[in-house]
Design a protein around this ligand. Sequence first.
Ligand code: ADP
Ligand code: ZN
Length: 657
Amino acid sequence: MDGTGVMTEAGVIPAPGGGSEAQAALHRVFGYETFRGDQEVIIEHVVAGGDAVVLMPTGGGKSLCYQIPALVRPGTGVVVSPLIALMQDQVDALRALGVRAGFVNSTQDFDERRVVEAEFLAGELDLLYLAPERLRLESTLDLLSRGKISVFAIDEAHCVSQWGHDFRPDYLALSVLGERWPDVPRIALTATATHSTHQEITQRLNMPGARHFVASFDRPNIQYRIVPKADPRKQLLAFLREEHQGDAGIVYCLSRNSVEKTAEFLTRNGVEAVPYHAGLDAGTRAAHQARFLREDGLVVVATIAFGMGIDKPDVRFVAHLDLPKSIEGYYQETGRAGRDGLPSTAWMAYGLNDVVQQRKLIQSGEGDEAFRRRAQAHLDAMLALCETARCRRGGLLSYFGQDPEPGGCGNCDTCLVPPETWDGTVAAQKVLSTVWRLDRERRQKFGALQIVDILLGRRTAKVIQFDHDQLSVFGIGEELTEGEWRGVIRQLLAQSLLAVEGEYGTLVLTEASGAVLGREREVPLRKEPPKPTVARSAASKGERSAKAAVELAPELLPVFEALRSWRAAQAREQGVPAYVIFHDATLREIAAARPKSVAELGTISGVGEKKLLTYGEGVLAVLAGLDGGAGPVPDAAPDPEWPEPADEPEPEPEGWA
Ligand code: ADP
Ligand code: ZN
């Protein structure tokens, strides 16, 4: 369809004067006033028939970059996406905007597929979503060649990268698109920012002539925080109660077992939470994912199997109870928070055991030496981010080759509460010489616990058994607490001044240790905070409910809440996620502007023509009928103790629901 033919009914929303067709579509279909960042240039380039490779962070607005060209150019836009489980929602969301969208994948039966195929051939689709494995089939290619295609969009394009975290072999077959349809522009999009992935995408998709658009990877609305791990579930609960009561969020754990336990723990303590991992059957996974997308304020506790393509805009926090394997992973996972641009938190609890466990995993894992070295390098970068005394955002951005703000970002824990550093050289020497002495005995190898007991001069059974109270280092470390010694060992491991060996996590010296023992190298360390820091953002203070409405004046909260419950009812009735009706950001604007007429409502960002026609009267009725206040938030039950399980980490995701 062309950009001006989108709407047939009364032109309630005037098109801005003198704009392009793309601008008209932005305004009428999506209800947005202006393009963001590079959107406009990208769209113009593709509309004119050019190929594009787009690197843009999650929430940056990639979808419009192919949806608008598909609306403006004649023919159907074909979107290749691995996210089969999300296609229905994506198509529902587009249909709610008045866009003629459909999908073809393995979840459909023959008849459903035939209907969509017929619509495509008849030129009745603006957008057609396809799973990559479909494009391997000659029958699919044949179908496509019998219709008219406006643009090929290759979403989640990093899936073509064999070294990346989401490799999908079917993506390799997409290089044929350019050969078979030389006149159809292609646009490849990803939120993965590394240089090597970028190059691989361009090569493997065979797009040498493409124009490249690399956006800033900063996510200014996400507050990054990494706290020392003590009792992670309780810390998580406190974090949720203090800052994210009633908010939707994702909690990442390493193992299936701890996913289950954490979800149970949260539920018992009054936080509604569901588990998600590859060990659950496909039906349960799909049901939990659907609940997360559809309900307001549900928490998903998950392994890394969860998350790619989840485009729920109002995820208010992402919490990590275990250390991710790389900065790429951390960035992707935390990036699922705050797509709508509203304040969100990336919170992680991190401690000595994380370092030991991850180092051990690499050593005992599969793969050759080169693979191990790469894994080690990824982990080292992640650890450096955890241990830094400087701006976390700065660390993230420089990892992706971007220049950070020189003065810090002002919205991460290290900027909000700068950590103290101290000269840990002597402490490091004490640890290293204890390790050295134990190593010299060669009778048995010991882990961090024993080292700490020896330094603190504790006559435990194991200390007595091995005569460790006879060592010259016994009791030489009484100036620090147990927690501080664990912090020293953790930081030495993170800096590779200590290493982990074997399945019991034995501590051993490294080549670099010698320089510390020989006093040739100083060891600056981060001070361990006595209690986990709670660096609250300004936005998180005050209100107990509806954190999404943070920027609203308190008297407007009841209005927002009323709109939200109206939206929830609509969503239930239609069986679609709430954000398909309106985003939180849009409801917030409506609450603040209190429009009195359909025309006024039409000026709100996110209210396009179709939505105005469908919901305009409903929204105005909610506003007109308002007089109540926000409902009370029930107090959660007290938190019982939970023992730490010993368990296996989730393997890399092998598929999706
Ligand atoms: P991505 O796919 O890059 O993660 P999306 O395409 O899902 O991002 O867009 C993120 C959010 O921003 C969505 O809620 C979308 O509706 C909104 N958005 C995108 N472009 C604009 C714009 N130009 N103006 C206002 N909101 C926008
Ligand atoms: Zn910062």
